[in-house]
Design a protein around this ligand. Structure first.
Ligand SMILES: *Cc1c(COP(=O)(O)O)cnc(C)c1O
Length: 370
């Protein structure tokens, strides 16, 4: 079965222990700070729990198979982003980040890299293919970008950056590894905030980095080991548990999102809608080429803060919360953070696994003029 497995099957089996008589299907979390280690330090796979742990290994093996590259897990998406930037960049280097991507990635670079002589250039996601990459060491971008869902042709971008001698890292959080495979498209690193759809149950903060070059991944692993930025076994085990249902959850969420985006586009109280699955969306064509699903985030503009606040106030089955990718539908007015350059009426809706008729009924009630 192994060789011909579809990705939706692969994800169910990823990282499981080999079938063996009388052994459990799943290995539980291994709670240990240290392991029996006599003599030579290299004589055991596990020595001390800041270096490695069997629970990490199982999830890393599973994610590596799905990503198509060696994988290092982290206790958050930001730890994953910081690991890439910190292990690659040094004084005199230049990094390109999206001006319209996840705020904390830019903030980390400004707070902790810029003072050490690393130059930062911000480029809007839709301008990435036209940017000049000469003298650029690393480009760390998102596609689709969060929250406006702009999509960039990753294969073309990788070619341009490699021609200039730089590295490309993709923050794959919004698409997930089942939505697109950045490494297969030519990126050097793929990273994800597994806090979102990969874990999928809004109960763990987590992340990972995958890469094609074993030496670069070894540096990422060394940074984790020396910075001590390590995930706990329980969180690791929960993410592995969540991973098994990723394909099934995405199937429901993305189908729901398509219908929700079409519904919102036809509603007179909605000023504009962004969803790569809409044929009218600027991201649609490239998304169709490089992604295997169109995602579960729908960003829509109600024109004013007042209208957006009213919508959220009326919501009962849609939770008002930050984050996305969970089984529960959730929404927030993004401009409330003051970190994204978006319209005051913009709502980022993360469509969950509920029955779609119920989500549409809730949206209908929240958008009604009463
Ligand atoms: C949430 C998020 C992150 C950060 O993940 P944490 O687990 O919260 O640290 C990074 N990138 C994107 C695109 C995200 O949505």
């Amino acid at each position: 079965m192994k060789k011909k497995m579809q990705r939706g099957t692969q994800v169910v089996h990823a990282g499981l222990p080999k079938a063996s008589q009388g052994m459990p299907f799943n290995q539980g979390p291994v709670f240990a700070s240290t392991f029996h280690l006599s003599g030579d330090c290299d004589s055991a796979d596990y020595q001390y729990a800041r270096f490695n742990n069997p629970t990490w290994q199982a999830l890393e093996d599973g994610l590596a198979e799905l990503e198509g590259g060696e994988t290092v897990i982290f206790p958050s998406g930001m730890a994953a982003a910081a690991a890439i930037m910190t292990s690659v960049l040094t004084t005199g280097d230049k990094v390109v980040l999206p001006g319209d991507g996840y705020f904390a990635t830019r903030a980390y670079a400004h707070e902790f890299l810029e003072p050490n002589g690393i130059a930062i250039e911000l480029v809007a996601t839709c301008d990435l293919l036209e940017a000049d990459y000469s003298g650029v060491t690393l480009v760390l971008i998102e596609s689709p970008s969060n929250p406006m869902l702009d999509v960039v042709d990753i294969a073309q971008l990788a070619k341009r950056i490699h021609a200039a001698g730089g590295l490309l890292a993709i923050d794959n959080t919004t698409a997930t590894v089942l939505g697109q495979q950045p490494l297969a498209l030519g990126a050097d690193f793929s990273m994800s905030a597994d806090t979102k759809a990969v874990n999928g149950h809004s109960d763990v903060v987590f992340g990972h980095v995958s890469g094609v070059d074993p030496q670069r991944i070894e540096r990422v692993r060394l940074w984790r080991k020396l910075a001590g930025n390590i995930p706990g076994p329980m969180e690791t085990w929960l993410v592995h548990r969540g991973l098994a249902t990723l394909d099934m959850r995405l199937e429901r969420m993305t189908q729901n999102a398509q219908r929700v985006a079409e519904f919102l586009s036809a509603n007179k109280n909605v000023a504009s809608v962004r969803y790569p699955g809409l044929s009218s969306d600027p991201s649609h064509e490239v998304a169709q080429q490089q992604m295997s699903h169109m995602g579960f985030i729908v960003s829509f503009d109600l024109g004013t803060q007042k209208a957006a606040d009213m919508f959220l106030h009326k919501a009962t089955a849609i939770f008002e919360a930050t984050s996305f990718g969970g089984v529960h539908t959730m929404a927030e007015r993004r401009a409330r953070w003051g970190t994204d350059n978006v319209s005051p009426g913009l709502i980022r809706l993360s469509v969950g696994c509920e029955k779609c008729d119920d989500i549409i009924a809730e949206l209908t009630a929240c958008l009604s003029g009463e």
